[in-house]
Write a protein that binds this ligand. Sequence first.
Ligand code: ZN
Length: 220
Amino acid sequence: MAERRVCRKCGGDGADGFPLVAFRTMTLRSGGKIRKYQAMGEVLSVDLCPACIDAWTAERSEPRHQIIRAMKFPVLLAVLAVVIHFLGQNDILRWALCALFSGFAVAIAVTEYCRIRREVSDIRAVRGNFSRNHMIEELAASLLPRKHEDAHLSYVLRSRVMDEKQHQQISREYGLSRKKLASVRNYLLVTPESEVNNYLKTAEAAKADSKKNRKKHSPA
Ligand SMILES: [Zn+2]
């Protein structure tokens, strides 16, 4: 009998399992330089039904909600400009501030509007960074932790990680290095399924041990 899969989003039957690879990106600032470290995280599976994937894609291709969200900051700046205009003396500083705030408000509003339009037309045409696979990854990510300790987490379908031809595209979508993608692919190719997540447990245990030891040795 086929395995019964329950959708993680709606709890309904008839979901498909989507194996994903998590990637951790840590951003470290040292001496004015920003360095990014990427590492493989957990390999996991998320069950999603086709209806939820369609609903997510439909919501993402509807620009209204995104525009409303993106316009909050420019509107705040515009309100600030109006408040400044009606407060205080009619001097040059007030006019300069007014112009500055309204200028920023317009610039941000236009940039955001264009970005959202472009994104939406890509989603509708299922092209660029917004393939159906990318929509599945986004929906899965919305149901999974975004951070692990200091690392930001990205989730990529395992089938895409295993397909070398997609590495350039994945790198564009998530800013992951192609070298890291290739090494994760190689790791998954040669590692037996039962051991895939073991190295994480070993790493976590080693970390916990070193924390314990530090506590032991630190003066009370
Ligand atoms: Zn569902």
